[in-house]
Design a protein around this ligand. Structure first.
Ligand code: RIB
Ligand code: CA
Length: 310
């Protein structure tokens, strides 16, 4: 079975960490590189978190740091969600591995242009690095299969009433990516808030009794606590894992193809992913908007992938 070659572009972040753990465990994916974005925390902290996670789960893959801030705007981080470190909760050892000297877009370009198969990009944070890659090296588009991203929402937002965090942090970058014409799989809040793991299901992962299983359970303990206290939810939405899970098991998701624009100017709507439900814009419908998921199969997939770490 041919593996899907991917590059993970992430801002760990609790759910980014779980998405990385899933991607490396899946027999369907071949993670060629990890790049880090600024979003959940500062670029230094998300890079450090990514290196710690990769060392802890025992994988060796090229890592490069991305942009220090959004294309045009000041960086907005989310300590209230992921803590001061960006990975609050579990205690794992400091990283011993080092990132490459080259910037993220150069690593992405190298991996993409040297690959025999087209690469799938999996951004789970703000889209700054992806936009910069497409601006600096437009030639890479010929060898990009698709972009499976976590971001946006057909309805509503989680950082403002109209915008989801990843898109809002860098809406100009998101507009460049969505307007690129590349096929996009959009795991927005519509699906991620259905892709919830409940408190009692976290215990299934903890009972795997492996170091990675306990790490994931402790990440979820923190994330569940935040969503209980702030959103009064019975568990936590697993946002970033949806962008990975779709590549592994697309059959558990419901989706529709739409044209999607990004609002970059609205006083109340900046960062909104404007989904053209009624085909009014005449634009290319290059975005597969994920709208539903079989929650039990999603959770079972996560448990199965985490169980592969001994
Ligand atoms: O809105 C959810 C997204 O913002 C997730 O990617 C989470 O990690 C944060 O980056
Ligand atoms: Ca993220």
């Amino acid at each position: 079975m041919r593996k899907i070659p991917v590059i993970m572009d992430c801002d760990p972040g609790h759910d980014d960490a779980i998405a990385l753990i899933m991607a490396f465990a899946s027999e369907k994916l071949d993670v060629r590189a990890v790049t880090t974005s600024a979003g959940n925390q500062t670029p230094e902290k998300t890079l450090n978190n990514a290196l710690k996670i990769l060392d802890y789960i025992g994988v060796d893959v090229p890592v490069a740091q991305g942009a220090k801030h959004p294309l045009l705007r000041e960086l907005e981080v989310a300590p209230e969600v992921h803590g001061e470190s960006g990975l609050e909760g579990p205690e794992i050892p400091d990283a011993t591995s080092k990132p490459l000297e080259m910037p993220a877009i150069d690593l992405m370009r190298k991996v993409i242009m040297e690959s025999e198969e087209k690469i799938t990009l999996v951004p789970t944070g703000p889209l700054t690095n992806i936009a910069m890659l497409l601006l600096a090296y437009p030639e890479v588009k010929v060898n990009i299969e698709q972009i499976s991203l976590m971001g946006g929402a057909a309805y509503g937002g989680n950082w403002t009433p109209a915008a989801e965090f990843n898109i809002l942090v860098d809406p100009e970058a998101a507009k460049i990516v969505y307007d690129s014409g590349l096929p996009i799989i959009m795991a927005g809040l519509d699906v991620t808030h259905k892709a919830m793991i409940m408190k009692e299901e976290v215990e299934i992962i903890r009972d795997l009794d492996s170091k990675v299983g306990i790490f994931v359970a402790e990440l979820l303990d923190f994330f569940v606590k935040f969503h209980d206290e702030v959103w009064k939810l019975p568990g936590c939405p697993l946002h970033d894992p949806c962008a990975v899970a779709y590549l592994i098991a697309p059959e558990i998701f419901e989706s529709k193809q739409y044209a999607v624009d990004i609002e970059t100017k609205g006083e109340f709507t900046t960062g909104m992913t404007v989904v053209d439900f009624n085909h009014q814009t005449g634009k290319e419908e290059n975005v597969k908007v994920l709208l539903g998921v079989d929650r039990q199969k999603f959770v079972d997939l996560i448990v199965n992938l985490v169980s592969k770490y001994k």
